[in-house]
Design a protein around this ligand. Sequence first.
Ligand code: SAM
Length: 238
Amino acid sequence: MADRDAVGDGGPVTDNIATGSPASDIPSPADGYVGDPAVRAEWDNRYADREQLWSGRPNGALVAEVAGLVPGRVLDVGCGEGADAVWLAHGGWDVTALEVSGVALARAAGHARDAGLIVQWVHAELTEAALPPASFDLVSAQYPALLRTADAAAERALLAAVAPGGVLLLVHHAGMDTQPAHESGFDPADYVWPSMVTELLDDDWEIEVDEQRPRVAPDGGAGAHHTDDVVLRVRRLR
Ligand SMILES: C[S@@+](CC[C@H](N)C(=O)[O-])C[C@H]1O[C@@H](n2cnc3c(N)ncnc32)[C@H](O)[C@@H]1O
């Protein structure tokens, strides 16, 4: 996860995002991005700061939790540089990957192209992308830095995307939600944590996993110092 420790068809969907120099990776305002420009700019800046921000390897909790699932349609929320999306596509999943940063998306698309894999890329904020409702067999959100709002829009969007019979897998770094606000600007009160999704579950949902466990961390990357995960895996029954 990042140094700062944060953690239908409405958005532009493409598998053809151009890659190039870091500067040319940054989309112009007219690129069809759907969401708050300030959120995109913050993450674009963080990605543009480094040639590669994350490890380039799929997240351990995703690999563990997906092992028993039959590949179908998956939505990767906050896909970053695309390691999970590429891994899922390689495993036979039909992948839609959503991300606010055009810099990250361009890298992700390059990795998929290099691997000869097709991924549908959505350049949007989760809450602004008009995703087809109840249509993904798996919604994966790995350390997503989703901003919290009074109407729980992000939490509801995660749940709304899951198809009946499908699974939401939400993984976060353990203990971050109770950290004090940091002088860097990080305040856990600003973000969505797994417990906030659990609070919204009704009889249509079954909790399959809700636990803290040691993180199986990929080597390298900006979040390598985090040692434990909170893993929430819930299934939509109907
Ligand atoms: C900590 S990173 C995790 C990236 C990736 N899932 C991984 O594990 O390597 C959080 C990601 O969420 C993205 N993001 C932040 N706010 C978002 C939003 N509202 N909708 C979609 N993605 C968002 C950021 O750009 C960033 O790539």
